[in-house]
Design a protein around this ligand. Structure first.
Ligand SMILES: NC(=O)C1=CN([C@@H]2O[C@H](COP(=O)(O)OP(=O)(O)OC[C@H]3O[C@@H](n4cnc5c(N)ncnc54)[C@H](OP(=O)(O)O)[C@@H]3O)[C@@H](O)[C@H]2O)[C@@H](O)CC1
Ligand SMILES: [K+]
Length: 487
């Protein structure tokens, strides 16, 4: 598990360290980190460093200072460095002087910068970092565009410029980085817009002890593996948690098959299905005990409700029955919509162990969604009194007590029909096994995303589209992987 801090928190943590260290020391540490990663990229991509060409796009603030100092370090290693100054009058004076001392080339015009980029092996994006406001301005946009067109990889300094460091939302023009080097702490952009950042290297600049507890956490495979429920010698099928799935309809039997099958693959023990797709579920999964209604289902330890349920009165009744059972509940899809339209159902869910798993459209039916998806999920969790898992390329899980995690999906293969049904089955099974909603959501999101990559073949190559049933089938391998990470 690792933490993510807001730019504001990082700035506050830097202050005391800046005050007790010599002028410029922090920036020099940061710049050495950038240079080291840049040298590694050059070596890996071109087989050497000496004489290789690096262009630094240097903005007006300290991010530009990092870039200029990194250019100085690279010059010392024999790299041909050209800096393009985006605001020549405000370029970091010490960084610029250092680069000049080492005979780095300095350009003031965008046109000459574009020409230099076309011949470069690597571009350092030091346009703007945590002080960013909005997308790239036209001159920086033209330079970023030149790098993209020429296929020159960009190493982002701290954050990919033009992407909001707090929300990860890209402006109209923004940098697509091949890799990113950040300092002191990971920031939200690195997990909310991971595909924009590429692999992120964290450089220690000594501010760690000054940081508060992280407002956002990211689970790693071992965290998930350590919590994944597995049977012990004293367990039987009941003691491990029986999950009930109230999903699917005559129109959407597939949702029932995907959700209940995913539950059966996620934990040992037992799955009960209740709904109008009982025949289809039984045919696909003979081990699942299927009945027509929630009332007939028998004892369970948690309910999954919603996928393919329908939003009519019958759906609302089923959701009400499930909430009244007083057990942990995973409410997805139509169940989220019903919570949006029925205030009395929202009241029954409040402060109960409920995990809702909306995508953006469903989320907007129960709470306000802004560009700041993390804050939106946190507010919704606090206001509704339930744990909220907001789906998206980066999935956010926020508990009413404020605990928040982000799962940064590496790929977008999960954006496929039925994939949410699979997630709901996994998370429901974890609730039945006794995980609290926040952990159930976090662990389910992790394994679900991994199963998508496995199903897509993205672990061994570029991958190919993966239907939800393949994601479901890849769950066992994804679970074995997280369990192996514990050892
Ligand atoms: N403190 C330290 O010692 C350390 C700090 N560190 C580094 O400092 C960075 C933070 O530096 P910072 O606070 O100076 O802000 P920064 O990100 O450079 O941006 C502000 C400048 O950018 C401009 N600008 C704004 N938006 C823009 C846009 N869309 N497109 C283009 N330009 C835009 C804005 O100009 P203005 O709006 O005034 O015209 C202003 O001049 C941090 O990310 C890390 O890299 C590390 O070295 C560790 C030690
Ligand atoms: K940057």
């Amino acid at each position: 598990m690792y933490g993510v801090w807001t730019p504001e928190q990082v700035r506050a943590a830097e202050e005391p360290v800046l005050a007790r260290t010599p002028d410029g020391a922090l920036m020099r540490r940061a710049a050495r980190g950038v240079a080291q990663v840049a040298l590694g990229e050059l070596e890996r991509r071109t087989g050497g460093v000496s004489g290789r060409r690096v262009v630094v796009l240097a903005g007006a603030g300290n991010n530009g200072g990092d870039g200029l100092w990194a250019g100085y370090e690279l010059r010392r290693r024999g790299v041909a460095v050209t800096a393009v100054l985006l605001s020549p009058d405000r370029a970091h004076p010490a960084g610029l002087a250092a680069l000049r001392r080492q005979k780095g080339r300095v350009l003031l015009r965008v046109e000459s910068g574009v020409l230099a980029i076309e011949r470069a092996d690597l571009v350092l994006d030091a346009v703007v970092g945590t002080g960013a406001r909005g997308g790239l301005r036209p001159e920086a946009a033209a330079l970023a565009d030149a790098a993209a067109t020429a296929g020159v990889p960009v190493l982002a300094v701290d954050t990919p410029s033009g992407v909001d460091p707090l929300t990860g939302v890209p402006g109209e023009d923004s940098v697509q980085a091949a890799a990113t080097v950040t300092f002191g702490a990971r920031k939200p952009v690195h997990v909310l817009a991971a595909p924009r950042c590429g692999p992120v290297t964290l450089v220690d600049i000594g501010i760690g002890p000054e940081l508060p507890p992280p407002p956002v956490r990211v689970l790693e495979a071992a965290d998930v593996g350590a919590r994944w429920p597995v049977p012990g010698p004293g367990d039987d099928k009941y003691t491990q948690g029986v999950v009930g799935v109230a999903a699917g309809s005559a129109t959407y039997p597939g949702a029932a098959v995907l959700a209940s099958g995913a539950a059966a693959l996620s934990t040992s023990g037992m799955v009960r299905y209740a709904g109008s797709a009982a025949d289809e579920v039984r045919a696909a999964w003979p081990e699942i005990v299927a009945t027509d209604t929630v009332g007939e289902a028998g004892r369970v330890q948690a309910w999954v409700v919603g996928p393919g349920l329908g939003t009519d009165d019958a759906g609302a009744r089923t959701l009400g029955d499930v909430l009244d059972a007083g057990l942990p509940v995973l409410a997805d899809a139509d169940a989220v919509t019903l919570l949006g339209t029925h205030a009395e159902l929202r009241e029954r869910a409040r402060n109960a162990p409920v995990l809702i798993t909306p995508h953006a459209g469903e989320f907007a039916r129960v709470a306000e969604l802004t560009d700041d998806r993390v804050a939106s999920a946190q507010r919704a969790a606090a206001d509704l009194g339930v744990t909220v898992l907001l789906k998206g390329n980066a999935t956010i899980v926020a508990a009413p007590d404020g605990r928040t995690l982000v799962h940064p999906a590496g790929s977008a293969w999960l954006a496929t029909a039925g994939s949410g049904d699979v997630l709901s089955g996994v998370a429901g099974a974890l609730l039945a096994a006794g995980l609290d909603p926040w952990w159930a959501g976090g662990c389910a999101a992790f394994v679900h995303a991994r199963a998508a990559d496995i199903g897509a073949g993205a672990a061994d190559g570029p991958g190919s589209p993966v239907p939800a049933s393949f994601v479901q089938q890849a769950l066992p391998r994804a679970i074995r992987e997280v369990r192996e990470a514990v050892r």
